[in-house]
Design a protein around this ligand. Structure first.
Ligand SMILES: *Cc1c(COP(=O)(O)O)cnc(C)c1O
Length: 365
């Protein structure tokens, strides 16, 4: 018997490779690599047929359940080409485990976490040439699971497709880390206790769009989400976790049912603790933050996520009041976190926690 961690992954290479874009012209998620990873699930048969195949459209019946009821999950991680030429994944196993956590929340059958991690390695190895070289660039990896029943009844599906696609992406900050302006909303909520806030699922993104549009119309970049019950406690910012430093305390909302367990959040907290900082995972109200801002004790505020690593907050709007954070500049701690995480990702700083794994790439003959 083969266990899932030994299941062979078949590879069918494309006969028509696409031209690769210039590293300097890359945006986010617009161009995709030559291959994709696929695996199917059928009740009774389980997950089967893991394979790398040429990138192509998925053909779907219009009655396919995911198109109607959104039973879909995803994750997002990156592969980095180091100065030493080696390609590294950042915390691949943790991303694999989180995909399974999202699966449980959406009644999707879990996969073997090791096989998920191997799917990341297999697709990156197949498209290794697509991992860009220019400083700050990376290959974004998007694993996704969708429900494939063809019928309109509302229930967990009996068939699923797991796919992984990859997109070479440009440097998030082309001219250095840049602060954003965020608007706390008390008219929209992202998630509630007992809902889907802890899962990376399409529904949460659909639910975020109108608030995001309103924030943009008011001249802000991102929405600061407050809790869904009292609309008082801070949850997340846009699609990032939020952290701040008030006096000597570093504060981030706890993983208590409504926020996503970000890999970057976890990494940042670990580094901050390594450096001897006091870190509190506790509830913090928007009023406490606004008051700290007025008193001058709110030193730094930043979001964390795979796309940007850290995103400093330069201005916070709430109920018509505007708070400038850190004179609108990137704080020292925010910058240190950014430099440290990026250094580990590109293999230029020691990886004390073993967060990166080198992708075994077959050497071209
Ligand atoms: C993906 C995501 C994050 C950030 O998670 P990372 O693992 O750090 O990329 C934070 N909040 C939400 C809602 C997300 O979807």
């Amino acid at each position: 018997m083969t266990t899932a961690s030994e299941t062979p992954i078949s590879v069918t290479r494309t006969e028509r490779p696409s031209p690769r874009p210039e590293d300097g012209s890359l945006a986010f998620g617009k161009v995709f690599t030559d291959h994709m990873f696929l695996m199917d699930y059928e009740e009774g048969k389980g997950w089967h047929d893991p394979r790398v195949v040429p990138y192509e459209p998925l053909v779907m019946d219009p009655a396919t359940s995911v198109l109607h009821y959104g039973q879909a999950i995803f994750d997002g991680l990156k592969a980095f080409r180091g100065k030493d030429g080696r390609i590294r994944l950042f915390r691949a196993q943790r991303h694999a485990e989180r995909l399974n956590k999202s699966a449980r929340a959406l009644c999707i059958p879990e996969m073997d976490a090791d096989l998920i991690r191997r799917s990341f390695e297999a697709i990156v190895a197949a498209d290794a040439d697509w991992v860009p070289r220019k400083e700050g660039t990376s290959l974004y990896i998007r694993p996704t699971v969708i429900a494939r029943d063809v019928m309109l009844g509302v229930h967990p599906a009996h068939r699923y497709t797991y796919f992984v696609i990859c997109s070479p992406v440009g440097a998030y900050y082309k001219e250095g880390v840049k602060p954003v302006r965020i608007l706390a909303t008390d008219t929209h909520v992202r998630a509630v206790q007992g809902g889907l806030g802890e899962a990376k699922t399409a529904a949460n993104y659909a639910a975020s769009l109108s608030a995001q549009q309103e924030a943009e119309r008011a001249g802000y970049t991102q929405v600061l989400w407050l809790d869904g019950v009292e609309r008082k406690y801070i949850d997340e910012v846009g699609t990032m976790n939020i952290m701040m430093q008030i006096g000597d305390e570093i504060i981030t909302p706890p993983l208590a049912g409504t926020i996503l367990d970000g890999v970057t959040r976890n990494s940042a907290l670990q580094l901050l603790r390594d450096w001897g900082h006091t870190v509190s995972e506790r509830r913090i109200s928007i009023d406490e933050v606004m008051e700290a801002g007025r008193q001058g004790t709110l030193r730094e505020m930043w979001g964390t996520g795979t796309a940007a690593v850290v995103s400093p907050v330069g201005e916070l709007g709430y109920k018509g009041e505007k708070l400038v954070v850190g004179n609108g500049h990137t704080g020292l701690l925010t910058q240190k976190l950014y430099d440290s995480i990026v250094g580990i990702q590109y293999g230029t700083a020691p990886d004390a926690h073993g967060w990166t794994s080198v992708v075994p790439v077959p050497v071209a003959a």
